[in-house]
Design a protein around this ligand. Structure first.
Ligand SMILES: [Ca+2]
Length: 480
């Protein structure tokens, strides 16, 4: 009888615990400590002198105060295992709100680190009496409704997550302070990478209050870190895991592979704000499953960047030593962030196959596409596509141009490439409906995901904004 009552009581306690809403105990810490609290990773870090305290409240929220310190950081966010790039982790945003009362030098920021390369980064939303980092801006970007100045600085023999080291710091610093809103964290990462500021594998992303030789306090009343599907990197229809096949004749993003065999390859940002594969080494290979070559392909074109004399991309079927269709010898492009289209003929291939790209050395690859006819004794040089360009708006030093591409042939076209040379210093500032690369005056624009197919007699268009000084000359556009 007694035993039954005990069992019943024990059951009741269990059920009550399960049914009770989760209650998170607030906790205050006064010295260096890391850990997890209500689903968020936190860290309290200070060097010598002064005092500070951090009270951990629910989710990402916390409050903190500091006085007479040298350097102190309070942060709550996510730590990662240093094996994934931000693209692999997904699209990171932080919805935040802070009562921010610094007295002296302080930052309210998103803060974190990557490894390989070791990078300490800041997205600064507000600050105390000094706007960091006191360096020459590399440029500006516009995100979340304001302009941010971009900086890159080098820290020599300074404290880091791996001990004393020399490393780069990346900074986005908002022009106008704010203490609440949404921070498109991954958008900053992508823009930095497009400016040549390489991110490594993620160690941390955290909303952070930092004090430097100052006092102050802050109430972080909202801090929701959201990791969603990748933005532009999200595999589209026909991407990894999607059923069915992908057409060989529309752009295949290099980073939308099904399998990668390499210990170094990473998804990197590319010059046009997109993504690609980098850190490729000799012997690495990447597999794209179920590529549909239709009734036949005999040309391979890849958008690549290279700063070494010669790397070959072997185009193979089924495996790293499967049927060799051809080899693209990649010419140097003048830098790891200068992407150009390079092309080679291949043995004719038709039907659906697993495609393997095998590399003999380093190259950065953004995307690739196959073609039929032309170049290899096919239809002699005659494209069934034509392009016209029209100016729709003009303002001081800029204009909007609409490029229309028409299929004059009798068969549908899947995928197109337009190219032209601008005169003078004309530059594309924005583009809709195509992916483009401008290198000096030379531009190559390729169809977007949705407008690659042109039916016989049909047409598609894309739009560019350009800037120039003086006047510009309407370009002549060739398309194939
Ligand atoms: Ca890409």
């Amino acid at each position: 009888m007694k035993r039954k009552v005990l069992v019943f009581l024990a059951l009741l306690v269990c059920i009550t615990l399960v049914l009770m809403p989760e209650f998170v105990q607030a906790r205050t810490i006064y010295s260096n400590e890391t850990g997890t609290h209500d689903g968020y990773d936190y860290e309290f870090w200070k060097d010598s002198g002064g005092s500070g305290s951090m009270t951990l409240t629910s989710g990402g929220t916390f409050s903190c105060q500091w006085s007479g310190i040298n350097n102190i950081l309070f942060r709550k966010g996510r730590k990662f295992d240093q094996t994934q790039t931000h693209q692999q982790i997904g699209n990171i945003t932080i919805d935040f709100g802070v009562g921010y009362y610094p007295n002296g030098n302080s930052y309210l920021c998103v803060y974190g680190w990557t490894v390989d390369p070791l990078v300490e980064y800041y997205i600064v939303e507000s600050w105390g009496n000094w706007r960091p980092p006191g360096a020459q801006s590399k440029g500006t970007i516009t995100i979340d409704g304001d302009t941010y100045d971009i900086y890159e600085t080098t820290r020599v023999n300074q404290p880091s997550i791996i001990g004393t080291a020399t490393f780069q710091q990346y900074w986005s610093v908002r022009r106008n302070k704010r203490t609440e809103g949404t921070i498109s964290v991954s958008e900053h990462f992508r823009k930095w990478e497009s400016m040549g500021m390489r991110m490594g594998k993620m160690y941390e992303v955290a909303l952070t209050i930092e004090g430097y030789q100052s006092s102050g306090r802050a109430e972080v009343y909202r801090n929701n870190l959201i990791i969603g599907p990748s933005g532009p990197q999200q595999p589209g229809p026909g991407g990894p895991g999607a059923p069915g096949s992908r057409s060989a004749f529309t752009n295949i993003e290099a980073e939308q592979y099904n399998q990668v065999n390499s210990s170094t390859i990473q998804i990197i940002g590319t010059a046009n704000g997109g993504s690609g594969l980098g850190y490729i080494e000799n012997g690495d290979y990447v597999t794209y499953s179920n590529i549909d070559f239709g009734s036949g392909a005999n040309r391979f074109t890849a958008l690549v960047a290279s700063d070494v004399p010669s790397t070959n991309i072997e185009i193979r079927l089924n495996g790293p030593y499967g049927t060799l269709l051809g080899t693209l010898q990649v010419d140097p492009t003048g830098g790891w962030n200068n992407y150009t289209n390079q092309s080679t003929t291949i043995n004719n291939v038709s039907g659906v196959h697993d495609l393997v790209l095998r590399f003999t050395g380093p190259v950065n690859i953004d995307s690739f596409v196959f073609g039929a006819g032309g170049g290899n004794g096919g239809q002699p040089g005659q494209s069934q596509l034509s392009a016209t360009v029209e100016e729709t708006v003009q303002w001081g030093g800029g204009a909007t141009l609409v490029v229309t591409i028409t299929n004059n042939g009798t068969t549908p076209v899947d995928g197109w490439t337009a190219s032209w040379n601008f005169a003078g210093n004309t530059r594309i500032t924005e583009c809709w409906g195509a992916e483009y690369i401008q290198s000096g005056s030379s531009v190559v624009a390729r169809n977007a995901n949705y407008n690659g197919r042109i039916e016989p007699g049909g047409s598609v268009y894309f739009v560019i904004n350009i800037s120039y000084s003086g006047s510009y000359i309407m370009p002549t556009i060739t398309v194939q």
